[in-house]
Write a protein that binds this ligand. Structure first.
Ligand SMILES: NC(=O)c1ccc[n+]([C@@H]2O[C@H](COP(=O)([O-])OP(=O)(O)OC[C@H]3O[C@@H](n4cnc5c(N)ncnc54)[C@H](OP(=O)(O)O)[C@@H]3O)[C@@H](O)[C@H]2O)c1
Length: 338
């Protein structure tokens, strides 16, 4: 099999393709011949040495794949063999063959390509947890999605449109026409303007009901301030760390020092709530995730879950794929193909 290893912390040159013999599934494992692997921003943070949850290097990252099952372990259901599936992988997804516990495998709907299926698990589960499970978004409410043009951002737009809420989003200006056509009500160019001032203007000073913020650091403070009464802030990433001029893990310092501290009395008196989401810490809750996936698959059937694959790269061109995302060119998902 072919796998992409992170061989050191740094630029895309730290990604290396290696070949080894095909693994044999054991226990409840299912072996998938991978057609498509989703890339997530966490993979880039892992390569840069900024992702505490990443395995020790050298390692193979990758949280999601789609492909065909060709073998199963003795405790897995034999009927998986030959079926087209997609799966959550606790790393190892940057590969043309993966072994996955059966409970993390889902039958792929015929209506989705493998590339589209690989774009579902992380983006849509994260967005679902943020908007619905913890964010309790209602049709009459307003939502601000930061990084609205990224994979999670586009998934969040789909879910917010389905709920019927009014959606604001921050993204690079070149992405605005696509995002508006996709369902965003108001696009904010946060790279050219202070997004908080712009949001204040657009909402006549009221603020919004829910903000989902993967930027981190001081943005969390600004997002909290931009909530209206009964508002909720969902924090789920630290994208700003990658822009710091510091080196190595020191780049997390602006995130740590810029982050707000929330006092219970302050929350109480402001009528606001804050919560965090890290899907990578939900592996003990696979039944809960499976329930959310079933709702999202119904969304595929009903047409409101529409995974958008912006670009695909062959596995061997993974460095170019990372550069494409780091250059902020992607709208929605970038996928590796095997
Ligand atoms: N906690 C969780 O469970 C969880 C799960 C998934 C993702 N996340 C987090 O959510 C964020 C988005 O992830 P994703 O996979 O949806 O992203 P993605 O598809 O890789 O998109 C990244 C986009 O983010 C924007 N961005 C903002 N700051 C950036 C920076 N410093 N460098 C490069 N791009 C930057 C860029 O678009 P614009 O410049 O146009 O905005 C870029 O195109 C990341 O912080 C990620 O770690 C968290």
């Amino acid at each position: 099999m072919k796998q992409i290893f992170i061989i050191g912390h740094g630029g895309p040159d730290k990604l290396q393709i290696r070949e080894s013999s095909d693994p044999t599934p054991s226990g409840d494992q299912v072996r998938i011949h991978v057609k498509a692997s989703g890339i997530n921003f966490a993979d880039i943070l892992a390569r840069q040495g900024l992702y505490p949850d990443a395995p020790r290097i050298p390692c193979v990252v990758g949280y999601e794949v789609s492909g065909t099952v060709d073998a199963v372990g003795p405790r897995a259901e034999q009927s998986w063999v030959g079926r087209e599936v997609f799966a959550l992988t606790r790393f190892g997804g940057y590969s043309d063959i993966v072994l996955v516990p059966e409970k993390q495998v889902i039958a792929k709907p015929d209506s989705l390509s493998h590339e589209q299926a690989a774009a579902i698990p992380i983006n849509y589960l994260t967005a679902w947890q943020l908007l619905v499970v913890m964010g309790s978004l209602k049709p009459e409410e307003t939502l601000l999605i930061h990084n609205a043009g990224g994979g999670v951002g586009v998934a969040a737009i789909d879910i917010a449109r389905h709920i019927g809420a009014t959606v604001y989003g921050t993204a690079s200006s070149g992405k605005h026409p696509f995002l508006m056509q996709r369902g965003l009500d108001h696009a904010i160019d946060y790279r050219a303007k202070d997004w908080a001032v712009e949001l204040d203007r657009l909402t006549d000073g009221r603020g919004v009901s829910l903000i989902v913020d993967p930027l981190g650091g001081n943005h969390w403070r600004k997002s909290y301030q931009a909530l209206r009464s009964a508002g909720r802030l969902g924090m789920f990433g630290v994208s700003v760390a990658t822009t710091s001029k510091l080196s190595g893990p020191l780049r997390l310092l602006p995130v740590a020092f810029g982050a707000p501290l929330f006092h219970p009395l302050q929350l109480m008196n402001a009528n606001k709530s804050v919560f965090g989401v890290n899907l990578g810490h939900m592996w003990h809750e696979t039944e809960m995730l499976a329930g959310w996936i079933q709702i999202l698959l119904k969304g595929v059937e009903d047409g409101w879950v529409r995974p958008h694959v912006d670009k695909t790269f062959p596995l061997a061109q993974v460095g170019e794929a990372h550069t494409y995302i780091e250059d902020r060119k992607n709208i929605g998902k970038v996928v590796l193909t095997a």
